[in-house]
Design a protein around this ligand. Structure first.
Ligand code: NAI
Length: 295
């Protein structure tokens, strides 16, 4: 079984906003990183954003030029899952769709070495169900980073029903090695943070949808009224409205309470492709794509 100190090679699958940050962290901690995405353009964007992020740290005096160059060199982009046969830990950060993740876990189970740990960065999908798609459920675990991973200090670790104590310890130590604080959640819908955060974001959409206030006043209210660093609608844009909608659907289906039912306005934004900052437009516009105001 891989222990934290033996985690030398890490596979990161999904080179979007989360996967690129996770790859950066693992490379900066000295691991060889194989970064995989089904979309070659996502890999190019990830390499550019990782380099820019590391160079910002150099400019701030938080990283030496040599360490920056070494980290960049440790990341290799690959295009096929079969190339991950020798990694000690895989961290999956692909689209938040259970069937797609399960299919990937089956594939990973078939090609990774028997000792490899398979982790998912899912925001809400059951780790137990992902694990049960494999023949190594004791080596499957949730490793939930926050956005953006290089900045946010937290990792929520989720034990599936069969996750072994050794795997939990190895992943906890690895998380600490990459500089994070760990909290541990049982495997229930939304885990800890999204169970509490997503209803607040959904309520902010309801407030906007029903005309309680403007988006700016909703966000300013929650920023200054509750001392949050950003308002819930802006935060939803940063997370990705598609991710928020997926998590709410998991909460709604898994906990069976109508309070988690996604607001129609959130559904409409996602249907319209207004996915948030990553697409240049969500609740707010980020100057990369023009939009008409929906509400
Ligand atoms: P994203 O949309 O920025 O990136 C997802 C990437 O996965 C895309 O580049 C896509 O091409 C790739 N992909 C999709 N299916 C694939 C497959 N079968 N094989 C290989 N690559 C595939 O999404 P983001 O925001 O990075 O989220 C990824 C995961 O992380 C989701 O499970 C999400 O719930 C979770 N997460 C997201 C957070 C956020 O704030 N956005 C926070 C914590 C977790």
């Amino acid at each position: 079984m891989a222990t934290a100190s033996k985690i030398a090679a890490v596979g990161v699958i999904g080179a979007g906003q989360m996967g690129s940050g996770i790859a950066q962290l693992a490379a900066a901690a000295g691991c060889a990183v194989l970064l995989l995405d089904s979309d070659p353009a996502a890999l190019s964007r990830a390499v550019a954003s990782i380099s820019a992020s590391l160079r910002r740290l150099v400019a701030k005096g938080q990283l030496s030029q040599a360490a920056c160059e070494d980290s960049i060199k440790r990341i290799r982009c690959v295009s096929r899952v079969q190339e991950l046969g020798d990694v000690d830990l895989v961290i999956e950060a692909i689209v938040e769709v259970e069937d797609v993740k399960k299919k990937l876990f089956v594939e990973l189970d078939g090609i990774t070495k028997p000792s490899a740990i398979l982790a998912s960065n899912t925001s809400s999908i059951s780790i137990t169900r992902l694990a049960s798609a494999t023949k190594r459920p004791s080596q499957v675990i949730g490793m939930h980073f926050f956005n953006p991973p290089p900045i946010m200090k937290l990792i929520e670790i989720i034990r599936g029903a069969d996750t072994s104590e050794d795997v939990f310890s190895a992943v906890k130590s690895f998380s600490e090695r990459i500089g994070k604080t760990v909290i541990c959640s049982q495997d229930y819908p939304g885990f800890i943070v999204n169970r509490i955060l997503m209803p607040m974001i959904n309520e902010a959409f309801w407030a906007l949808y029903t005309g309680v206030a403007t988006k700016e006043d909703i966000d300013t209210g929650m920023k200054l009224g509750t001392n949050h660093p950003m308002g819930p609608l802006q935060l939803a844009d940063f997370i990705g409205l598609d991710v928020c909608l997926s998590v709410l659907r998991v909460l709604h289906n898994g906990l069976g309470d109508n309070k988690y039912s996604p607001c129609p306005l959130l559904v409409q934004y996602v249907d319209a492709g207004r996915l948030g900052k990553k697409r240049g437009v969500g609740v707010y516009s980020y100057g990369q794509r023009s939009t008409t105001s929906v509400k």
